[in-house]
Design a binder for this molecule. Structure first.
Ligand SMILES: Nc1ncnc2c1ncn2[C@@H]1O[C@H](COP(=O)(O)OP(=O)(O)OP(=O)(O)O)[C@@H](O)[C@H]1O
Ligand SMILES: [Mg+2]
Length: 353
């Protein structure tokens, strides 16, 4: 049995180790994503009971394969939600920055990958379940990896696949998670190795409203005055968004979202909408959180969060969709409802496999 300190000492050089008690997030802090949460509940439930499950399946040659890939834009809750589940189920987690495993020295990448998985597998065998989370997993064997030699990339991918297969084959209670913002560039053999593919995305207007309200509630809990005009403004704006959704569906014959090119935004502009819900199209949960933090600084002097302060703070931080060049979030003068799924740089599509 490894002590907490031993776990941190062994894995610390590869990434950040979080013991359940160290984790602050709870599942309810990450709003929405209900389907993902359901899948993760099944997964973590099984991980907790892994020994009995494996015993049952022994004769059938079926093993559950404890692998989950989380993909989608930055700041949409991939790491936080995983940590929250780790806490809830009492499973320690090590978050590895995959590009720290990648070395320009021939053979070192492979050695690092093997070491980190073997160390984690050893801990899982001794202590019960453990979770190894490879952040930016596309750094291992993709066009954007730092490895320059093609043969070396292939060897790194193969070695990664081999260690995962070995963990599964030996029925070790080690969950392997991968997260990426660049799923198109992820090696397809790695993509296929994961049992679950969970897609995160930018929140729609309904979800943004809930996320914003949850941060406002946190402000109120901290005894910071929040002007009523913010909530009433959000409610009024929501009604207009809903009306536009309904009208567009009637007019075009299918669901049109804010993310379907410029159509929705043209309607917003025609209705003269320039409120917080409109501003935050293409914002991640993390962008909204940063905007709230900026606003928090302002309230230290004004003692009241007004609509205007909140709007300006959110505007100041800007939305991630613009940074990552998501075409479907950028305004264009042409309504492009006929845009096909694979035009532009739609991050939501898995790689070709
Ligand atoms: N749906 C959401 N509800 C509430 N808060 C959210 C939501 N999504 C993101 N956040 C906030 O953003 C923070 C950062 O999210 P997190 O680091 O988990 O994103 P990520 O998807 O792992 O990003 P990256 O790809 O950059 O690693 C969270 O701690 C949370 O405060
Ligand atoms: Mg993350």
């Amino acid at each position: 049995m490894y002590s907490d300190d031993e776990i941190k000492e062994r894995l610390g050089k590869y990434g950040a180790v979080y013991l359940p008690d160290d984790i602050k997030e709870s599942i309810d802090d990450i709003i929405g994503n209900e389907e993902i949460k359901e899948r993760l509940e099944d997964f973590f439930g099984a991980l907790k009971k892994y020994e009995t499950i494996v015993e049952k399946l022994k004769k059938s040659k079926l093993t559950p394969n404890l692998t989950v890939l989380l993909y989608g834009p930055p700041g949409t809750g991939k790491t936080s939600l995983t940590r929250a589940f780790s806490k809830l189920y009492g499973i320690p987690i090590c978050v590895v920055e995959s590009d720290r495993l990648v070395s320009p020295l021939l053979g070192d990448t492979i050695k690092n990958i093997r070491n980190v998985v073997e160390l984690a597998a050893d801990i899982a065998n001794e202590n019960g379940s453990f979770l190894l989370f490879f952040d930016e997993i596309d750094a291992i064997g993709s066009e954007r990896s730092n490895i320059h030699e093609v043969g070396e990339i292939k060897r790194a991918v193969i070695s990664f696949l081999q260690v995962i297969d070995k963990v599964n084959y030996d029925a070790i209670p080690l969950a392997i998670f991968g997260a990426t913002n660049h799923q198109h560039q992820l090696d397809s053999a790695i993509w296929r190795r994961f049992t679950f593919h969970l897609k995160f995305d930018f929140p729609d207007y309904n979800l943004r409203k809930l996320i914003i309200e949850s941060f406002l509630n946190k402000m109120k809990e901290a005894q910071i005055g929040v002007d009523d005009s913010i909530i009433s403004g959000l409610n009024d704006e929501l009604k207009i968004f809903q009306t536009i959704s309904k009208e567009l569906k009637k007019k075009i014959g299918r669901e049109i979202t804010e993310f379907d090119g410029a159509v929705f935004r043209k309607e917003l502009a025609e209705k003269g909408i320039n409120g917080i819900l409109q501003l935050t199209i293409g914002y991640s949960g993390s962008d909204i959180e940063r905007g709230t933090r900026v606003a928090l600084f302002k309230t230290f002097t004004t003692e009241l969060l007004t609509y205007d302060i909140f709007y300006k703070s959110l505007k100041l931080v800007g939305g991630t969709a613009i940074h990552v060049g998501r075409q479907d979030f950028l305004s264009s003068s042409q309504p492009d409802i006929n845009r096909t799924k694979d035009s532009g740089s739609d991050l939501s599509m898995p790689p070709e496999i």
